[in-house]
Design a protein around this ligand. Structure first.
Ligand code: SF4
Ligand code: SF4
Length: 411
């Protein structure tokens, strides 16, 4: 029996509780969009049972699970469905191996480092039709799919904390997207923390592992988890809070590491991890938030990422942005955007991705706001693909409001 099969036994009690009520099936975005997927009940608890009884070895349909976590939220028996599907994916990949494309897509950090080092060339090449045709033919990445741009001046180069020796201190888990594609998000986060008198440090870190888990590369994700746990605990043990601006990274640090690492250290770390908006909301509840925010008379549509909802913390981005005077934010209420991390970059999944994104695109169109806001870089990618509105991260809006307030004070 391989490592992954052994680990499935960790969740024996969880899957035995399944009532077959189908609540998870009703909540699964992929089940509603294609008949090629077996659905969470079958791909989770039932597949686990079949594998245990050696009636099946694995099931190819597991490739369609995006690990969005919507099924977990709906289950009345607290079955760890997406954990079961994570392991079923790992079993499938161990048996059949990864394609070159899935290997590349699961290595967001390596790709980010290389693409960022040659950013002008990378970004131009990704727009060239012959290049995209080759990518479609060789790697099965559809030529219609937009890619996020890479920045030469990534966050490793632009990190600039200006507060030192504060009582509250933050160890920032940046994530690959804010590090290599959107350093402006990471820079805004540091500014927001500094406006609140909070020192920010950037610990050594590797990709959180979510793209690896989504592509069945469990062993690689585990190595990254072990590295990140040790690195971040060095800070939490000195009194730092761990904060991230990426909802997928947040879900990994808070929840996924508990299952793929499972150590006491993973539990210790999870207790200190916050999403950036969640952290600001906590500061507000404690009366510690700097509320000198300049008015921004804007109408904005908010898209809630699945991995934000999977953290079960409400909508902290809306709670915080609503503090800006004149700011009108509306929840698009659109469910899954359909990009689903690496899922939407795959040719055989592209049609499903577009189908899933339709509701969100219609909501954006109907609201006709000034722009859209979301925390997730991949949701932004899908919004960029399907809508013509600018897409911003909550930290960019808050940093702008704080900066304007400061300017007003000095005038
Ligand atoms: S994680 Fe998402 S895609 Fe996978 S079974 Fe659950 S709801 Fe469906
Ligand atoms: S929601 Fe939970 S109990 Fe109901 S079918 Fe799905 S796994 Fe089983």
């Amino acid at each position: 029996m391989n490592d992954a099969l052994l680990d499935l036994n960790m969740f024996e009690d969880s899957y035995e509780k399944c009532l077959k009520c189908n609540a998870c099936v009703a909540s699964c975005p992929v089940t509603g969009a294609t008949l090629d997927f077996g659905g969470p009940k079958h791909m989770g608890p039932e597949l686990k049972r079949l594998i245990d009884n050696q009636q099946v070895i694995d099931d190819k349909r597991i490739e369609y699970c995006t690990l969005c976590g919507n099924c977990d939220l709906s289950c009345p028996e607290d079955v760890h469905i997406s954990t079961l599907t994570t392991y079923a994916k790992a079993i499938h990949t161990e048996k059949h191996g990864s394609s070159f494309r899935d290997f590349v897509l699961s290595n967001a950090e390596l790709v980010g480092k290389m693409a960022s080092a040659f950013a002008p060339v990378t970004n131009t090449a990704m727009k060239m039709k012959p290049m995209r045709q080759v990518m479609e033919t060789v790697m099965r990445i559809p030529k219609e799919r937009k890619f996020p741009k890479y920045k030469f001046k990534n966050f490793n180069r632009s990190f600039a904390n200006k507060v030192h020796g504060s009582k509250r201190k933050v160890a920032y888990f940046v994530g690959c997207y804010a590090m290599y594609n959107a350093p402006e998000v990471a820079e805004s986060f540091v500014k927001v923390m500094n406006f609140n008198g909070i020192e920010v440090v950037k610990p050594r870190q590797k990709c959180c592992g979510v793209p690896m888990l989504a592509n069945g590369r469990l062993k690689q994700a585990r190595k990254n988890a072990a590295f990140n746990i040790d690195s971040l605990l060095e800070y939490t043990r000195k009194g730092y809070d761990v904060v991230t601006t990426c909802t997928s990274c947040g879900l990994a640090l808070k929840k996924e590491y508990l299952s793929i690492d499972g150590s006491d250290k993973a539990k210790e770390l999870a207790a200190h991890v916050y999403d950036a908006d969640e952290y600001l909301r906590m500061l507000k509840d404690n009366g510690e938030l700097n509320t000198h925010l300049a008015p921004m008379k804007q109408k904005v549509g908010y898209h809630a990422p699945c991995h934000m909802r999977a953290q079960g913390m409400g909508t902290p981005a809306m709670d915080i942005l609503e503090l800006i005077p004149g700011f009108n934010i509306y929840d698009l209420g659109a469910g899954c955007c359909g990009q689903c991390g690496t899922f939407g970059f795959k040719k055989e999944k592209y049609g499903i991705s577009m189908k899933l994104g339709r509701t969100m695109a219609e909501s954006v169109k109907n609201l006709d706001a000034d722009y859209t806001v979301t925390e997730c870089g991949m949701c932004k990618n899908q919004l960029d693909q399907l809508t013509d509105k600018e897409v911003r991260h909550p930290m960019q809006i808050l940093a702008e409001s704080y900066e304007r307030a400061k300017q007003l004070q000095t005038v």
